[in-house]
Design a protein around this ligand. Structure first.
Ligand code: THU
Length: 136
């Protein structure tokens, strides 16, 4: 299956951002993750009064897809008012769970940037290091 049109993923991410729980930052974010078989799972940021417990839109989209049984992914879109790129924690989790996929970043004007998740996290720590830990 071909990667879905980025604009369709953007629409899903934008809709997800409308459900954000972001009373502390007033910075709603939405993410839409396309699975290998073409399904789309979305997430929004959910903030906590204990600020550090906030979970970003990207990680919530990934969790939603994983809990529904998906293991392979084609593309991720992120929507915010001014084009947020994924934070460091999300870059790690995107790499761990999705591998090297395109990450489309949209702002409210519809402007798009595209990155590879592998470029967003150079020299990553990941499971390949853990697999080697017993034979070194
Ligand atoms: N946030 C995301 O959900 N994704 C990003 O890519 C950047 C930041 C959220 C976390 C927090 O709720 C708000 O945006 C401000 O940092």
């Amino acid at each position: 299956m071909e990667t879905i049109k980025p604009e369709l993923l953007r629409d899903c991410a934008q809709k997800a951002s409308s459900f954000a729980h972001s009373p502390f930052s007033n910075y709603p974010v939405g993410a839409a993750l396309q699975t290998e078989d073409g399904a789309i799972y979305t997430g929004c940021n959910i903030e906590s009064s204990s600020y550090g417990l906030t979970v970003c839109a990207e990680r919530n989209a990934i969790a939603s897809a994983v809990v529904n049984g998906h293991k392979k992914f084609r593309a991720l879109a992120v929507y915010s008012m001014n084009g947020a790129t994924p934070c460091g924690a999300c870059r790690q989790v995107i790499w761990d769970i999705c591998g090297d996929i395109p990450v489309y970043v949209f702002d409210k004007s519809g402007r798009k940037e595209v990155y590879r998740s592998g470029d967003l996290l150079p020299n990553p720590f990941d499971n390949t290091k853990l697999e080697k830990k017993n034979n070194q």
